[in-house]
Every structure is written in structure tokens, then in C-alpha cells.
Design a protein around this ligand. Structure first.
Ligand SMILES: [Zn+2]
Ligand SMILES: [Zn+2]
Length: 260
């Protein structure tokens, strides 16, 4: 099996209008969209953004009859401390093959909102990683920890500055390893927010603690971005002697070679 993109958005996300058919022009062997699930989302006036599961199920069943591609069900779950039980109950009733775990917001603001620019960047980073660390204690449903530097994107952080959080980051990665979750290399981080250097630091840190599971995600919201950044992200992993990626298909984890 070849690796396939494990972070994609469609019109089932509040912030994408893309259609499955446009992604399918790439004729992937497997396809999994990971649409946004964010409760009390500050980006949507604090309403719950939940993908329409019956419509999603129906859509991929229809597409399965039309093309060779194998469809899997995915979701990107944004978690805020305190929401864990509610989300677990939802997931128990709505099965998915792939569950991304993201920290996007804190109940007051999204970490990509301009309001973070009025705050001290070290305080924001501390709060962001502390929230991630807390969520990992109470929410064990995720397969992949996405874009670990999302909360830092509005600022410029050097590696030296990020290293101030090494103790906290080590705790986070240890929990990720214990939970057998993978760490995602996110194309938006690499291509749009110029944070490749932060991954350059985090990858060996995670590996030094025993971490071995990696995924690549374009985080595409439009089909043109399908497999975005796979070249530089693969090259960075290769540099750190990582030779394989993992894909999640329900309870199964399958290792695939790094794409060239
Ligand atoms: Zn995200
Ligand atoms: Zn996403």
C-alpha cells in the first residue's frame, strides 16, 4: 500500500466548500476526509460545528459505487478541556476509521484569531501546550496529534524560544507515545506558516522519547492542495532516519513507505 493523505477537508467542514469529486480526480487508492468537529467554536459564534454524519455516510456510499477508490470515514476533532466526555459519547455513537486530535481554541478564542496578537507570545504558547497536555490525560480517542504548533502560528517562534517549553513538550510526546498515537507533519505549518524549523526540533525530541509513528497531512481545504508539502515533509523525515509512515483504518494500523 502507498501512503495516502490523512488530513483533508470538504464541504462537511465549516471552513471548506470543496467537493469529493475534485479530490477524486487524483484517483487515490484510498480516500479519507477529516472534517471539522469543534464544539462551541469561536470561529462560528460559539456554535457547535459537527459534520452531518448521515449525509457524509450517504455521500461516500454513493461514491463507492461510482469509483475504484476505497473510502474511509475520518474526522478532525478539536478538543477543549472539559469537552472530553461529550466528545467521547458522540464518537461512541458515530464510528470513524481515522480520528485526528487537534487543539484549535480554548473556549474563548481560536489560536489563529488576531486577538492572540494582543497577548504575550510565551504566555499563549504555555497556555496552548498546557491545554494539549491536559486533553491527552482525559481524551484517548485520537489516532493522530495534528499540527502541534497551531497555537504558535500567529507569532514567529525560533527553535531556541520553543526549547523553553521542552519539559512540557516532552510530557506531551510521552503521552502521545503511551497512547500509540502518531505525530502529524502538517503542510500548512510547512508551506503557509513557515514553521518547518519547529518540526525539525520536535521530530528528534519525539524520537528520543521512543516515538516512531508519523503521518503527513496536507490539511487541504481545496483540492489543489491535495498532498501539499509531501516532498519537503518526507525529506525532513528521511533526514531524521524515519523510513515509514502509518495509516489508520479503524483498529488497524498499516505501515507504508515514505512517499518520494
Ligand atoms: Zn486543524
Ligand atoms: Zn484540518
Amino acid at each position: 500500500m502507498n501512503y495516502y493523505d490523512q488530513h483533508l477537508h470538504t464541504y462537511f467542514s465549516f471552513d471548506s466548500e470543496e467537493h469529493f469529486e475534485n479530490y477524486l480526480t487524483y484517483q487515490p487508492e484510498f480516500f479519507v476526509s477529516t472534517d471539522h468537529f469543534d464544539l462551541k467554536n469561536p470561529c462560528s459564534q460559539f456554535k457547535d460545528d459537527i459534520p452531518d454524519y448521515p449525509a457524509y455516510t450517504k455521500k461516500i456510499a454513493e461514491l463507492s459505487n461510482q469509483v475504484e477508490t476505497v473510502f474511509l470515514k475520518g474526522i478532525e476533532i478539536g478538543v477543549v478541556p472539559g469537552q472530553e466526555e461529550t466528545i467521547k459519547n458522540y464518537l461512541n455513537q458515530h464510528s470513524h476509521d481515522l480520528k485526528l486530535m487537534s487543539i484549535h481554541q480554548n473556549g474563548q478564542f481560536d489560536y489563529m484569531d488576531d486577538v492572540v496578537l494582543t497577548k504575550d507570545k510565551f504566555i499563549v504558547a504555555e497556555e496552548y501546550f498546557t491545554q494539549m497536555n491536559q486533553v491527552l490525560d482525559r481524551f484517548h480517542e485520537g489516532d493522530i496529534l495534528t499540527h502541534f504548533e497551531y497555537g504558535l502560528r500567529k507569532f514567529d517562534f525560533s527553535v531556541e524560544e520553543l526549547m523553553q517549553f521542552e519539559t512540557l513538550l516532552s510530557e506531551i510526546f510521552k503521552k502521545v507515545i503511551d497512547l500509540e498515537m502518531a505525530v502529524e507533519l502538517n503542510a500548512k505549518s510547512f508551506v503557509k506558516y513557515n514553521n518547518a524549523h519547529l518540526y525539525e526540533y520536535a521530530i528528534p525530541l519525539y524520537r528520543s522519547l521512543g516515538g516512531e509513528l508519523f503521518t503527513l497531512g496536507s490539511d487541504a481545504h481545496v483540492a489543489e492542495d491535495y498532498r501539499l508539502g509531501f516532498d519537503p515533509m518526507s525529506a525532513l523525515l528521511k533526514k531524521h532516519n524515519v523510513e515509514q509512515l502509518v495509516v489508520f483504518q479503524g483498529k488497524e494500523r498499516i505501515f507504508t513507505p515514505l512517499p518520494d
